[in-house]
Design a protein around this ligand. Structure first.
Ligand code: UDX
Ligand code: UDX
Ligand code: ADP
Length: 461
């Protein structure tokens, strides 16, 4: 008989912690869940009466928060109290790529994880199950255990690895109906306690249990394989543009081979998101640290191909606009790294914009969910130019029509559905001629645009 969990604390109220715990709260009304965060503004936003102000946008999330909040789901900045009261603690803090010191630009920065571990150890007065939810390099659990055991008050800690496989934009659906749930650990009772929670809505044959290291490595591997598929099809998209093959036709033809499968073969301006690049860099760093140079180089290529794709997209815009974009207005439709999210981490749009700005282009951005502050922060973070220059060269507007007004070209960076249904004749009327469209998502209808006399370029055609 496993321990029954009555109270859960989740440290980190971000894109992973927020939606995941909301769904656990929805499916397990008998468990009291408190999500805590050091960022008071974020917690206030999660507690906002107006659900449009939740810090994370995900289809279906608002309804769940409305149902569970203040019933068995709480958002708080009182981290110590939540740790103290919980039987099980999820760590769901960010683990960005290090931007300083050893492993800079490669390894995961584990300082937030370590801070959590030390805080749990300092506060805990009874046994706790500690669950790694954040994506972590293999063997992080060992570090976590060592800190907990050596700085704690003599209570028992059991560490579990329970990586999250949700994709942003479909987080709620992915959480409610996951392909699998993965739980790695060493203590059978602790594993059983977490299995029992998921078993409230996930069938047991989809709940896999493994050792800690397999679980940690599976998460990195899953993201590396997914990213590799995107880079693989993107490499073929470059070849299609030279040869007259069409990358969508190639995707379809290869995807019907059941050994390959049809998903995740959509050519694009490049993958973004907080996970793919970070996790591959982690994998590369770990392989190198074990002297596995060939393994490291193999995976590194997935990132190099992705960088090449973003650069290639920007280069094509410049070349097509008669080799100069200086002083030309380019409208960006979309800034998020994919549709149905307000997340912009590692979005291809950031890098394409940076490249075009270095060629003195003027950019006007419209994204249905991303705020102007976020867009400027993304550009400022690159440190390519001053934040005054970024604000002078980039304008963020409230409609696509406004963005496209007087533009020499439109670049589609995110596949938001609404872009498909615009009045393209009206848009063209207000653009400079010839009116160019560079579709980084293969979203729009070539025939419709060409009939309107747009010069239409899409990846891989
Ligand atoms: C392959 C393609 O599968 C087939 O569609 C194409 O028409 C010809 O090339 P084949 O080479 O006959 O067919 O065999 P396949 O089953 O693909 O195996 C190729 C090699 O990969 C073998 O040495 C096999 O042992 C190895 N392999 C395959 C693995 O090592 N691991 C795997 O998971 C699958
Ligand atoms: C990913 C994994 O899918 C998820 O399992 C893991 O938990 C976190 O990382 P996420 O980054 O949220 O999820 O989104 P995903 O749908 O995987 O897309 C990642 C990037 O790849 C996006 O920029 C997307 O536009 C791009 N992509 C995806 C393509 O360019 N082509 C495709 O065929 C699929
Ligand atoms: P993810 O996509 O992994 O969820 P986010 O950056 O969206 O990443 O969320 C991580 C959250 O973790 C942030 O809101 C951050 O403030 C919070 N956080 C980081 N370190 C700590 C800590 N030591 N204690 C509490 N919260 C933390």
């Amino acid at each position: 008989m496993s321990k029954t969990i009555k109270k859960i604390c989740c440290i980190g109220a971000g894109y992973v912690g927020g939606p995941t715990m909301s769904v656990v709260a929805k499916q397990c009304p008998h468990i009291e869940i408190t999500i805590v965060d050091v960022n008071a503004a974020r917690i206030a936003a999660w507690n906002d009466e107006n659900l449009d102000n939740l810090p994370v946008y995900e289809p279906g999330l608002q309804e769940i928060v409305a149902e569970a909040r203040n019933r068995n789901l709480f958002f708080s900045t009182d981290i110590e109290k939540a740790i103290d009261e919980a039987d099980m603690i999820f760590i769901s803090v960010n683990t960005p790529t290090k931007n300083y010191g050893k492993g800079k630009g490669m390894a995961a920065d584990l300082k937030y994880i370590e801070l959590c571990a030390r805080q749990i150890a300092a506060v805990a007065k009874n046994d706790k199950i500690v669950v790694e939810k954040s994506t972590l390099p293999v063997r992080t659990a060992a570090a976590l255990k060592s800190i907990l055991d050596n700085t704690g008050n003599g209570v028992n800690f059991h560490i579990l690895s329970n990586p999250e496989f949700l994709a942003e934009g479909t987080a709620i659906q992915d959480l409610i109906n996951p392909d699998r749930v993965l739980i790695g650990g060493e203590n059978d009772e602790a594993i059983a306690a977490l299995v029992d929670i998921y078993a409230h809505w996930v069938s047991r044959d989809k709940i896999l249990t493994t050792n800690l290291w397999s679980s940690e490595l599976s998460k990195l591997t899953a993201n590396a394989f997914l990213a590799q598929r995107v880079s693989s099809i993107n490499s073929i998209s470059a070849l299609c543009e030279k040869t007259g093959a069409n990358v969508d036709e190639v995707s379809k033809a290869i995807g019907m081979d059941s050994r390959i499968g049809s998903k995740f073969l959509k050519a694009s301006v490049g993958f973004g998101g907080s996970c793919f690049q970070k996790d591959i860099l982690n994998l590369v760093y770990i392989a190198r640290s074990y002297g596995l140079t060939e393994v490291a180089e193999y995976w590194d290529q997935v990132i190099l191909m992705n960088d090449y794709q973003k650069q290639r997209f920007a280069d094509n815009i410049i070349q097509t606009l008669y080799n100069t974009v200086s002083g030309k207005k380019i409208a960006f439709l979309g800034w998020a790294f994919k549709k149905d999210t307000n997340d912009t981490r590692e979005s291809a749009a950031i890098y394409v914009a940076d490249y075009l700005l270095s060629e003195q282009a003027e950019i006007t951005v419209y994204d249905p969910k991303v705020s102007p502050e976020r867009i400027y922060a993304d550009l400022d973070y690159l440190n390519t130019r001053s934040s005054e220059e970024n604000r002078a060269l980039v304008k963020v507007v409230n409609t696509a029509y406004e963005a496209c007004n007087d533009a020499h070209a439109i670049a589609v960076l995110t596949e938001w559905d609404e872009f498909k249904h615009y009045d393209w004749a009206k848009i063209k009327e207000h653009m400079k001629k010839p009116a160019f469209v560079f579709d980084g998502r293969k979203l729009l209808n070539r025939k419709e645009l060409e009939d309107l006399d747009f010069k239409y370029y899409a990846i891989g055609e």
